[in-house]
Design a protein around this ligand. Structure first.
Ligand SMILES: [Zn+2]
Ligand SMILES: [Zn+2]
Length: 394
């Protein structure tokens, strides 16, 4: 039997379990680094399919690695499974993990015969925005020796090489001094005013930043009572730039806006996080071209959607993986419009027939792409010689 047909047959034999798992993870959303159930369920599915599974990886209890085959070319399928606070699987990471597991299972049937070792790597905490699971796993060696990495991410429509920019999340904390807001206001130091000054400064800064820069955040503590001058306030912000270099140009300018709030009010300021930024994605063009051909064979033609393909600018710690290992991160469409990622309406669309089709097509397109990579030729030779041991950049 043809190798790709054999992989498909293996996937078909596991299809109902893979889709059931996608729905189960969707129904039990867990936020970053707390994905205890999802990591356990994925590990059990892969273990049951004959994978050699390591649960808990590099001191990350909800990370895992599952290995099948012993071929020379080592391909990693990245599985994300964290949800968003309050709105569940509004980024469809249940689809990502099910597709990765499905691709792994499909490949396990043919890995040795085509010369592959396939790893499904469970990568927690993608939505964090700083020190995401893949960054910590990269730093701690979980990706050492991998020649190529891939994943698919749900979106309203298929996009082969989406624009993925650099990002950094941090928390700003101000400390002032409480006082009665009416009787003794002159005795207080208003930490909420510090945030107001900072937000005003950021608003003015927006005139002077690049169109590809992004600054957005929320106040996570704005004070306790209207009649108490707030002594403690905090906000979480994400700054983004087209590249890590752009991000590092923007970051100090944003930090100065927060310093302005401290200076104006006499509050003390502390910045926590922001130390392990998400890098922009470098899509490997040759692997992407193979994925495209395979996805097209499954009936996903990647229509030209013009500027919309690059208008959306998200960030992911898969960007950091792509700086170390030849990688792809195509978006797989779930026909969700007008619902878009990080909306409740999108959550609902991530457990539909269309979402299930994305799981199956994503799994098979990745599996067939890995089979193509393992085929003898210059691309495989290049991956074997350069994909492994490249210095990890975070
Ligand atoms: Zn996502
Ligand atoms: Zn997301």
């Amino acid at each position: 039997m043809d190798i790709k047909a054999a992989a498909r047959e293996r996937f078909d034999s596991a299809r109902s379990r893979v889709l059931e798992l996608s729905h189960r993870i969707h129904a039990h959303p867990e936020i970053g680094f707390e994905e205890v159930k999802a990591a356990a369920w994925l590990s059990e599915l892969l273990s049951g399919a004959g994978f050699d599974v390591t649960r808990g990886l590099c001191d990350l209890p909800t990370a895992f690695s599952a290995k099948a085959g012993n071929g020379p070319l080592r391909v990693a399928l990245c599985a994300e499974y964290d949800a968003l606070p309050g709105i569940g699987h509004a980024c469809g990471h249940n689809i990502i993990s099910a597709a990765a597991a499905g691709a792994g299972i499909a490949l396990s049937a043919v890995a040795d015969s085509v010369g592959l070792t396939v790893y499904v790597i469970g990568t927690p905490g993608e939505e964090r925005g700083n020190a995401g699971g893949k960054i910590l796993l990269l730093e701690r060696g979980a990706f050492d020796g991998i020649h190529a990495a891939m994943m698919v991410h749900p979106a309203p429509f298929d996009v082969l090489t989406p624009k993925i920019i650099a990002a950094s999340m941090f928390e700003v904390r101000y400390t002032g001094k409480e006082a009665h807001a009416s009787s003794f206001p002159e005795m207080g130091i208003n930490a909420a005013d510090a945030l107001t000054v900072a937000q005003t400064a950021i608003g003015l800064l927006r005139q002077h930043i690049l169109p590809t820069d992004r600054i957005h955040g929320i106040i996570v503590n704005g004070g306790e009572a209207a009649n108490v001058i707030p002594a403690h306030t905090a906000a979480r912000y994400i700054v983004r730039g087209e590249t890590l270099a752009d991000l590092e140009t923007l970051r100090p300018r944003v930090y100065r806006c927060f310093e302005a709030g401290a200076l104006a009010t006499g509050s003390k300021m502390e910045i926590v996080g922001g130390d392990k930024a998400y890098a922009e994605m470098i899509h490997n063009p040759e692997i992407a071209a193979l994925f495209k051909r395979n996805a097209e064979q499954l009936g996903r033609p990647f229509p030209d959607i013009g500027a919309a393909a690059h208008k959306s600018m998200a960030s992911t710690d898969m960007g950091n993986v792509s700086h170390a290992i030849p990688s792809i991160h195509p978006m797989i469409g779930i026909d969700s419009m007008p619902a878009v990622n990080h909306q409740r309406e999108f959550t609902a669309r991530c457990a539909t027939d269309s979402a299930d089709r994305a799981v199956c097509d994503g799994a098979l397109a990745m599996a067939w792409t890995a089979i193509d990579l393992a085929g003898e030729g210059p691309l495989r030779d290049r991956l074997l010689s350069t994909g492994s041991g490249v210095a990890v950049r975070t």
